[in-house]
Design a protein around this ligand. Structure first.
Ligand SMILES: N[C@@H](CCC(=O)N[C@@H](CS)C(=O)NCC(=O)O)C(=O)O
Length: 218
Protein backbone atom coordinates (compact mmCIF):
# COMPACT_ATOMS: atom_id res chain seq x y z
CA UNK A 1 0.00 0.00 0.00
CA UNK A 2 1.23 3.46 -0.84
CA UNK A 3 1.66 5.85 2.10
CA UNK A 4 -1.27 8.07 2.99
CA UNK A 5 -1.03 11.43 1.23
CA UNK A 6 -1.52 14.31 3.66
CA UNK A 7 -2.28 17.76 2.24
CA UNK A 8 -0.89 19.97 4.97
CA UNK A 9 -0.01 23.51 5.90
CA UNK A 10 2.09 24.05 9.00
CA UNK A 11 0.42 27.38 9.81
CA UNK A 12 -2.97 25.71 10.16
CA UNK A 13 -3.91 24.43 13.62
CA UNK A 14 -6.31 21.73 12.34
CA UNK A 15 -3.57 20.54 9.98
CA UNK A 16 -0.99 20.41 12.78
CA UNK A 17 -3.47 18.41 14.87
CA UNK A 18 -3.59 15.75 12.13
CA UNK A 19 0.22 15.87 11.86
CA UNK A 20 0.45 15.04 15.58
CA UNK A 21 -1.90 12.10 15.05
CA UNK A 22 0.33 10.79 12.25
CA UNK A 23 3.37 11.17 14.49
CA UNK A 24 1.72 9.57 17.54
CA UNK A 25 0.65 6.56 15.49
CA UNK A 26 3.98 6.47 13.59
CA UNK A 27 2.16 6.05 10.28
CA UNK A 28 3.82 6.12 6.90
CA UNK A 29 2.76 9.45 5.39
CA UNK A 30 3.60 11.53 2.35
CA UNK A 31 3.20 15.18 3.25
CA UNK A 32 2.24 17.55 0.43
CA UNK A 33 2.41 21.15 1.47
CA UNK A 34 -0.46 23.36 0.32
CA UNK A 35 0.65 26.98 0.32
CA UNK A 36 -2.38 28.92 1.54
CA UNK A 37 -0.68 32.29 1.08
CA UNK A 38 -0.44 31.73 -2.68
CA UNK A 39 -3.95 30.18 -2.58
CA UNK A 40 -2.74 26.81 -3.79
CA UNK A 41 -5.86 25.34 -2.18
CA UNK A 42 -7.96 27.05 -4.87
CA UNK A 43 -6.23 25.40 -7.83
CA UNK A 44 -8.47 23.15 -9.95
CA UNK A 45 -6.30 20.15 -8.95
CA UNK A 46 -6.94 20.64 -5.25
CA UNK A 47 -10.61 21.65 -5.65
CA UNK A 48 -11.10 18.33 -7.43
CA UNK A 49 -9.77 16.56 -4.33
CA UNK A 50 -11.55 18.73 -1.77
CA UNK A 51 -14.24 21.09 -3.10
CA UNK A 52 -14.23 22.77 0.33
CA UNK A 53 -10.53 23.59 -0.32
CA UNK A 54 -9.31 23.12 3.23
CA UNK A 55 -6.29 21.58 4.87
CA UNK A 56 -5.98 19.10 6.43
CA UNK A 57 -7.10 16.66 3.74
CA UNK A 58 -5.92 13.07 3.31
CA UNK A 59 -5.93 10.65 0.41
CA UNK A 60 -5.63 7.11 1.73
CA UNK A 61 -5.17 5.09 -1.45
CA UNK A 62 -8.13 6.79 -3.11
CA UNK A 63 -10.20 7.41 0.01
CA UNK A 64 -10.39 11.19 0.42
CA UNK A 65 -11.26 12.78 3.74
CA UNK A 66 -11.13 16.27 5.20
CA UNK A 67 -12.11 17.84 8.58
CA UNK A 68 -9.46 17.35 11.24
CA UNK A 69 -11.67 15.54 13.76
CA UNK A 70 -12.96 13.10 11.13
CA UNK A 71 -9.42 12.41 9.88
CA UNK A 72 -8.02 11.89 13.39
CA UNK A 73 -10.80 9.44 14.28
CA UNK A 74 -10.44 7.60 10.96
CA UNK A 75 -6.68 7.17 11.37
CA UNK A 76 -6.96 5.67 14.86
CA UNK A 77 -9.97 3.50 14.06
CA UNK A 78 -8.35 2.17 10.89
CA UNK A 79 -4.69 1.85 11.83
CA UNK A 80 -4.57 1.60 15.62
CA UNK A 81 -8.01 0.51 16.88
CA UNK A 82 -6.57 -0.51 20.26
CA UNK A 83 -4.87 2.85 20.79
CA UNK A 84 -5.78 4.68 24.02
CA UNK A 85 -5.71 7.88 21.94
CA UNK A 86 -9.35 7.13 21.13
CA UNK A 87 -10.57 4.76 23.85
CA UNK A 88 -13.09 2.06 23.05
CA UNK A 89 -15.02 2.32 26.31
CA UNK A 90 -18.14 4.27 25.36
CA UNK A 91 -18.05 6.71 28.27
CA UNK A 92 -14.32 7.39 27.89
CA UNK A 93 -14.80 7.89 24.14
CA UNK A 94 -17.82 10.15 24.72
CA UNK A 95 -15.66 12.38 26.89
CA UNK A 96 -13.01 12.55 24.16
CA UNK A 97 -15.72 13.36 21.61
CA UNK A 98 -17.15 16.07 23.84
CA UNK A 99 -13.74 17.71 24.11
CA UNK A 100 -13.06 17.36 20.39
CA UNK A 101 -16.34 19.20 19.83
CA UNK A 102 -15.18 21.82 22.30
CA UNK A 103 -11.94 22.22 20.31
CA UNK A 104 -13.81 22.65 17.04
CA UNK A 105 -16.93 24.53 18.11
CA UNK A 106 -15.60 26.75 20.89
CA UNK A 107 -11.84 27.07 21.42
CA UNK A 108 -10.81 27.16 17.75
CA UNK A 109 -13.68 29.48 16.79
CA UNK A 110 -12.77 31.96 19.49
CA UNK A 111 -9.14 32.34 18.46
CA UNK A 112 -10.22 32.26 14.84
CA UNK A 113 -12.55 35.25 15.38
CA UNK A 114 -9.50 37.19 16.55
CA UNK A 115 -7.25 35.98 13.72
CA UNK A 116 -9.81 36.78 11.02
CA UNK A 117 -10.48 40.20 12.56
CA UNK A 118 -6.80 41.10 12.59
CA UNK A 119 -5.54 39.48 9.39
CA UNK A 120 -8.54 39.59 7.08
CA UNK A 121 -10.58 42.55 8.38
CA UNK A 122 -7.70 44.83 9.31
CA UNK A 123 -8.80 45.33 12.94
CA UNK A 124 -6.27 47.34 14.91
CA UNK A 125 -7.60 46.19 18.28
CA UNK A 126 -9.09 43.03 19.71
CA UNK A 127 -12.53 43.84 21.13
CA UNK A 128 -13.21 43.18 24.82
CA UNK A 129 -15.92 40.73 23.77
CA UNK A 130 -13.62 38.64 21.56
CA UNK A 131 -10.91 38.69 24.22
CA UNK A 132 -13.29 37.66 27.02
CA UNK A 133 -14.67 34.84 24.86
CA UNK A 134 -11.14 33.57 24.29
CA UNK A 135 -10.20 33.66 27.96
CA UNK A 136 -13.49 32.03 28.89
CA UNK A 137 -12.58 29.09 26.61
CA UNK A 138 -9.09 28.91 28.15
CA UNK A 139 -10.79 28.85 31.56
CA UNK A 140 -12.95 25.89 30.51
CA UNK A 141 -9.81 24.09 29.34
CA UNK A 142 -8.15 24.80 32.67
CA UNK A 143 -11.27 23.35 34.33
CA UNK A 144 -10.96 20.06 32.40
CA UNK A 145 -7.35 19.84 33.58
CA UNK A 146 -8.26 20.46 37.22
CA UNK A 147 -9.93 17.03 37.17
CA UNK A 148 -7.20 14.97 35.49
CA UNK A 149 -3.67 15.24 34.11
CA UNK A 150 -4.87 15.09 30.52
CA UNK A 151 -7.82 16.71 28.77
CA UNK A 152 -10.15 13.69 28.89
CA UNK A 153 -8.72 11.49 31.62
CA UNK A 154 -5.45 10.12 32.89
CA UNK A 155 -3.73 9.49 29.56
CA UNK A 156 -3.19 11.31 26.29
CA UNK A 157 -6.11 11.22 23.86
CA UNK A 158 -6.97 12.86 20.55
CA UNK A 159 -8.50 15.69 22.59
CA UNK A 160 -5.06 16.57 23.99
CA UNK A 161 -3.54 16.74 20.52
CA UNK A 162 -6.34 18.93 19.13
CA UNK A 163 -6.45 21.27 22.10
CA UNK A 164 -2.68 21.41 22.40
CA UNK A 165 -2.13 22.71 18.86
CA UNK A 166 -4.76 25.38 19.50
CA UNK A 167 -3.62 26.46 22.97
CA UNK A 168 0.05 26.49 21.94
CA UNK A 169 -0.88 28.96 19.18
CA UNK A 170 -2.92 31.14 21.54
CA UNK A 171 -0.09 31.25 24.09
CA UNK A 172 2.48 32.00 21.40
CA UNK A 173 0.33 34.96 20.28
CA UNK A 174 0.87 36.34 23.79
CA UNK A 175 -2.17 35.25 25.83
CA UNK A 176 -1.57 35.52 29.55
CA UNK A 177 -2.34 32.13 31.10
CA UNK A 178 -0.68 32.81 34.48
CA UNK A 179 -4.06 32.44 36.21
CA UNK A 180 -4.63 29.01 34.70
CA UNK A 181 -2.29 26.82 36.72
CA UNK A 182 -3.56 23.47 35.46
CA UNK A 183 -3.28 24.64 31.86
CA UNK A 184 0.33 25.75 32.40
CA UNK A 185 1.33 22.42 33.97
CA UNK A 186 -0.34 20.48 31.12
CA UNK A 187 1.49 22.55 28.50
CA UNK A 188 4.73 21.39 30.12
CA UNK A 189 3.58 17.76 29.99
CA UNK A 190 2.71 18.18 26.29
CA UNK A 191 6.41 18.65 25.48
CA UNK A 192 6.61 14.84 25.44
CA UNK A 193 4.06 14.50 22.60
CA UNK A 194 5.45 13.00 19.37
CA UNK A 195 5.60 15.81 16.81
CA UNK A 196 5.99 18.48 19.50
CA UNK A 197 8.92 20.15 17.67
CA UNK A 198 7.11 20.17 14.33
CA UNK A 199 4.09 21.80 15.96
CA UNK A 200 6.36 24.40 17.57
CA UNK A 201 7.88 25.28 14.19
CA UNK A 202 4.44 25.88 12.66
CA UNK A 203 3.30 27.90 15.66
CA UNK A 204 6.41 30.07 15.44
CA UNK A 205 5.88 30.84 11.76
CA UNK A 206 2.17 31.55 12.25
CA UNK A 207 2.90 33.81 15.22
CA UNK A 208 5.30 35.87 13.09
CA UNK A 209 2.52 36.33 10.50
CA UNK A 210 -0.04 37.27 13.19
CA UNK A 211 2.34 39.72 14.85
CA UNK A 212 3.12 41.40 11.53
CA UNK A 213 -0.55 42.49 11.60
CA UNK A 214 -1.03 43.01 15.33
CA UNK A 215 1.54 43.19 18.09
CA UNK A 216 -0.63 44.28 21.02
CA UNK A 217 -2.20 42.54 23.99
CA UNK A 218 -4.08 39.31 23.30
N1 LIG B 1 -13.04 22.43 10.34
C1 LIG B 1 -11.91 22.27 9.44
C2 LIG B 1 -11.21 23.59 9.30
C3 LIG B 1 -10.19 23.55 8.19
C4 LIG B 1 -9.78 24.95 7.76
O1 LIG B 1 -10.56 25.91 7.87
N2 LIG B 1 -8.57 25.05 7.25
C5 LIG B 1 -8.07 26.34 6.82
C6 LIG B 1 -6.68 26.57 7.39
S1 LIG B 1 -6.75 26.63 9.14
C7 LIG B 1 -7.96 26.34 5.29
O2 LIG B 1 -7.59 25.35 4.70
N3 LIG B 1 -8.32 27.47 4.67
C8 LIG B 1 -8.22 27.66 3.26
C9 LIG B 1 -9.53 27.91 2.63
O3 LIG B 1 -10.60 27.79 3.30
O4 LIG B 1 -9.55 28.24 1.45
C10 LIG B 1 -10.96 21.19 10.00
O5 LIG B 1 -10.99 20.96 11.20
O6 LIG B 1 -10.25 20.57 9.21
Amino acid sequence: MAPIIFYHNALSGPSRFVLLVFRSLRLDVEIRNIDLRSQQQLTPEFIKINPQHTVPTIDDNGFILWESNAIAQYLVETYAPESPLYPKDTKARALVNQRLQFYMGTLLQRIRAIIIGVIKEGEKNISDLKRSHLYEALGYTNGFLSESDWIAGNHVTLADLAIYVTVSTIVSFGADISEYKFLGAWLERCKTLPGFEENSEGVKTFTAVFKSFYDGKV
